[in-house]
Design a protein around this ligand. Structure first.
Ligand code: NDP
Length: 338
């Protein structure tokens, strides 16, 4: 089967990872790219060997494509996804799905009503490390999970120090950028959902316009597990990691909150220490593979639209908590609640 894709957004993430991931699939083809700027569209198409360049959504959606990958700035995702769904195109959308969880719910409802596949590009679920952690927990290797810690404070590369740290109206800030991923990865690895969050945010010198460039969140999950997560744009030397501590063992993973299939996962129990082995498949290749399968009616995207609603509701709740100074409840059906 061939799947013809249209790219909505002449973005860095598409250039660095997703164009390759689509072309790595059997039948995966990129037919066109849309940029709001005609010159950039043409230049991007020629640099990346894409046959057509367009500068309106209408032109892209009228073309002979099966699916769109949306990787524009965050305030544009809603309108572009709704238009693609209305045009009968399957949608793989970048996180956060929208600026508010209410808008993300509209996207999910529209896709469901139209029988369209909607996926959220939460790449970390596709990492072998996180899948190994999830399997170890699900098979009881650490007993009852009690607590988790996510270390995901990085240094935002200079080429990305644009809208993320200057434009609140584009959905900038570290919470919509990284906390959404951490909320999703916690849900995936633990097989549990967050019900409440308390968060502090900071502006440590990089972000302007009232945006935050650092966040620390404390989460309570349905099972009673508590978790902490640290997201940042300003820490050059921190490294990343993910730990889950249970009644019978601990999982300690290093260098796993990344875009590459890197890192290690250590299982520590009464029997001693064991390095878990896991596959090193490219995270984005796996994401597109599952999306193609979902289009064929075989399974679901790695992260569904509903998963995107969950992660955005959680991030929204973290932002509300940071501004109110109070813990905020998380309910994906209703949004975050003070
Ligand atoms: P970019 O800043 O690279 O691209 C976003 C938009 O900015 C593009 O669609 C483009 O608009 C415009 N743009 C890009 N380059 C230029 C330029 N040189 N001059 C002017 N405008 C430009 O964003 P990212 O690729 O970093 O992020 C895009 C989306 O992907 C976001 O939603 C982000 O949250 C998500 N993301 C997800 C990741 C993941 O691993 N899941 C990782 C990184 C980002 P136009 O299309 O109109 O030309």
């Amino acid at each position: 089967m061939s799947v013809k894709w249209g790219l909505i957004g002449a973005s860095t993430i598409a250039r660095q990872f997703m164009i390759n991931a689509i072309r790595a699939q059997e039948g995966g083809e990129i037919a066109a790219v849309m940029s709001s700027n005609p010159q950039r569209a043409t230049a991007y198409a020629s640099e990346n060997g894409i046959p057509a360049a367009v500068s309106t959504l209408d032109a892209l959606l009228k073309s002979d494509i099966d699916a769109v990958y949306i990787s524009t700035t965050n305030e544009l995702h809603l309108e572009q996804a709704l238009a693609a769904i209305a045009a009968g195109k399957h949608v793989l959308c970048e996180k956060p799905l929208a600026l508010t969880s209410a808008d993300a719910r509209k996207m999910v409802a529209a896709a469901r009503a139209a029988g369209i596949v909607l996926g959220t590009n939460h790449h970390l679920r596709n990492a072998g490390a996180h899948r190994a952690m999830r399997d170890a927990i699900a098979s009881g290797r650490i007993g009852k999970p009690i607590a988790a810690r996510v270390f995901h404070s990085v240094y935002l590369p200079e080429n990305l120090q644009g809208w993320r740290i200057t434009k609140p109206e584009a959905g900038g800030g570290v919470v919509l950028d990284i906390t959404v991923h951490d909320a999703d990865t916690l849900r995936f690895v633990l097989g549990d959902d967050p019900v409440e969050v308390s968060a502090f945010t900071q502006s440590a010198g990089m972000a302007g316009g009232g945006l935050e460039d650092g966040a620390m969140c404390i989460w309570r999950f349905k099972s009673g597990l508590i978790a902490q997560s640290h997201e940042g744009f300003t820490t050059k030397f921190a490294g990343t990691g993910f730990e889950v501590h249970g009644s019978e063992g601990s999982l300690i993973a290093g260098h796993v909150m990344t875009q590459k299939p890197d890192g290690s996962v250590l299982l520590r129990t009464v029997k001693g220490e064991e390095q878990l082995s896991f596959d090193r498949e490219d995270l984005y290749v796996r994401s597109v593979r599952q999306f193609h399968a979902a289009i064929l009616g075989k399974g679901r995207p790695a992260a569904t639209g509903e998963d995107g609603v969950w992660s955005l509701t959680a991030a929204e709740a973290a932002l509300q908590s940071a501004s109110s100074g109070k813990a905020v409840k998380i309910d994906p059906k209703l949004g975050s609640m003070k």
